[in-house]
Design a protein around this ligand. Structure first.
Ligand code: NAD
Ligand code: 3PG
Length: 390
C-alpha cells in the first residue's frame, strides 16, 4: 500500500486514478511515499525521509525545493500543457478587458441602482457610453514572451483574432517550435519585442534567469501606451518598475494574476486571484496527469514529465525491478552490475539515462534480491537511493 500526501485540494477525477487497493490518499501523514500538490509552498525540511516522488498538478514548480529533491534522489513531476487552454482563455479575456471599457462600463451600470425609470436609464446610458469606448484587438501587435504550451496557444488564438503576433523564447523546444505557425515573427531579443508590441503577455517560468526580468530598463523600451499581462509568476515582474511605468504613461495598463498590495485600487491595473488554471477541466487534466505519473513511478519506476530527472520508461520483464538514482559520475553502473553478477543474478533488461548531475537506472532481474544485497548497492559511493519493485 502506497501512501500519498495531498497538500492542496486535488481533483477527485485525478485521485480516482490511484486505486484504493494500492493507495491510501491522505492530507495528513508523517511517512508518505509521495506528495501530490498544486501551489502549496513546500519546504525541504517538510519532505519526510520516506518520500520517493513529488507530483505537481500544474505547470510551475517554483513552490517546490527542486534542487534539494534532486540531491535526495526524489523526482519532481509536473503536468506540462494540462492547464494551458484554461490560461489561454483567461488571457484572451484579459486582452478584451485591456482593450475595451468593459470593467468601468459594468461598474458604471451597477452604480445606477438608485434609478427606477428604464427609459431614463437607457437615455443616460446612451449619453454616457462614449466614456467607455475602446479599441479593437484586430490589427494590433501582441508580443508573447515564452512560446511553450501556453504561449503557443495564445499566439494561435491571437492570430485568429487578426492580431499580429511576435514572440521571444531563447530556449524554445523543438516540439514547441512545431506548434508555432510561421506567421508568428520570432524576435531576436526581448527588448525588440517590448519596442514593437501593443500588448505583451508573459508565459515563461520563474528561474534565476527570469526573476525580475521585466524591470525598469526593459519597460523603458516598450511602446508608449502598451498593455502588459502577467499570467506567469509574480517574481518575473518588478512591480515597483511597473507602477512607475504606469505613472509616466509608458504602460497604459497592467493585468495580472498575481496581485500585491501596492497594485490595489488603481484604475490602470486589473487584478485576478491566481485563477489562470482554475477551471474544472484544467484541474481534472492536471490531477489525472500528475496521479498517472506518480503511479507509474511508484509501481514501475518509470519517469515521465519530471523537471529534475531524465525521462525513462521500460516495459516490465523478469521477477523484480531495481530503480537506482545516483550521481552522474563514471563507474557507478559498472559497480552495480558487478555486485549483481557476483550474486549470480541475471539481468533481463535495463535502461540508464542521465540529466545534469543525476543518473537513473531501471534494471529488470531474473531473481529476487536480498536485503543484504540491497544494502550493499545502497552503500556504493555515488548511489543516492535504491528501490526494489515487485
Ligand atoms: N496563472 C496561472 O494560473 C498559470 C497556469 C499555468 C502556468 N503558469 C505559469 O506559466 C509558466 C509557463 O507555463 P507553460 O505551461 O507554457 O510552460 P512551458 O514550459 O510549456 O513554456 C515555458 C516557455 O518559456 C520559455 N522560456 C524560458 N526562459 C525564457 C526567457 N528568459 N524568455 C522567454 N522565454 C523563456 C521556455 O523555453 C518555454 O518554451 C509556468 O512556468 C507557470 O509559472 C501560470
Ligand atoms: O503553474 C501552474 O500550473 C499555475 O500557476 C496553477 O496553479 P494552481 O494549480 O495553484 O492553480
Amino acid at each position: 500500500m502506497y501512501k500519498v500526501l495531498t497538500l492542496n485540494q486535488i481533483s477527485t477525477i485525478g485521485l480516482d486514478r490511484l486505486s484504493p487497493e494500492s493507495y491510501e490518499i491522505t492530507s495528513e501523514c508523517t511517512a508518505p511515499d509521495a506528495i501530490l500538490l498544486r501551489s502549496h509552498k513546500l519546504q525541504a525540511e517538510d519532505i519526510a525521509a520516506s518520500v520517493k516522488a513529488i507530483g505537481r498538478a500544474g505547470a510551475g514548480t517554483n513552490n517546490i525545493p527542486v534542487a534539494a529533491c534532486t540531491d535526495r534522489g526524489i523526482p519532481v513531476f509536473n503536468s506540462p500543457g494540462a492547464n494551458a487552454n484554461a490560461v489561454k482563455e483567461l488571457v484572451i479575456a484579459g486582452l478584451a478587458l485591456g482593450s475595451r471599457g468593459i470593467l468601468p462600463g459594468i461598474s458604471y451600470v451597477n452604480s445606477l441602482g438608485h434609478m427606477d425609470d428604464a427609459g431614463q436609464m437607457a437615455k443616460l446610458l446612451e449619453k454616457e457610453k462614449k466614456r467607455f469606448k475602446g479599441n479593437e484587438l484586430a490589427g494590433r501587435t501582441l508580443g508573447v514572451v515564452g512560446l511553450g504550451a501556453i504561449g503557443s496557444m495564445i499566439a494561435n488564438a491571437a492570430l485568429s483574432l487578426n492580431m499580429h503576433v511576435i514572440g521571444y523564447d531563447p530556449a524554445l523546444s523543438v516540439d514547441a517550435a512545431w506548434r508555432l505557425p510561421s506567421s508568428v515573427k520570432k524576435m531576436e531579443n526581448i527588448h525588440s519585442l517590448f519596442a514593437k508590441a501593443d500588448y505583451i503577455t508573459l508565459h515563461l517560468p520563474v528561474l534565476d534567469s527570469t526573476r525580475g526580468l521585466v524591470n525598469a530598463d526593459l519597460l523603458a523600451s516598450c511602446k508608449p501606451g502598451c498593455c502588459l499581462l502577467n499570467f506567469a509568476r509574480e517574481e518575473i515582474v518588478d512591480v515597483g518598475a511597473v507602477i512607475a511605468a504606469l505613472d509616466n504613461g509608458q504602460l497604459r495598463q497592467f493585468i495580472t494574476d498575481f496581485p500585491v498590495p501596492s497594485l490595489i485600487g488603481r484604475d490602470d491595473v486589473i487584478l485576478m486571484p491566481h485563477i489562470g488554471a482554475s477551471t474544472d477541466e484544467a484541474e481534472d487534466n492536471c490531477a489525472v496527469m500528475a496521479a498517472d505519473q506518480l503511479a507509474d513511478f511508484l509501481q514501475n519506476g518509470n519517469i515521465k514529465n519530471s523537471v529534475n530527472f531524465p525521462n525513462l520508461q521500460l516495459e516490465r520483464s523478469g521477477h523484480c525491478r531495481l530503480a537506482i538514482a545516483n550521481h552522474n559520475v563514471p563507474k557507478i553502473l559498472g559497480r552495480v552490475l558487478s555486485i549483481l553478477a557476483d550474486a549470480d543474478i541475471n539481468i533481463l533488461d535495463m535502461l540508464n539515462k542521465s540529466r545534469d548531475e543525476i543518473a537513473y537506472n531501471l534494471i529488470d532481474l531474473g531473481a529476487d534480491v536480498s536485503e543484504g544485497l540491497l544494502a550493499e548497492l545502497a552503500a556504493l559511493e555515488g548511489v543516492i537511493n535504491v528501490r526494489v519493485i515487485h
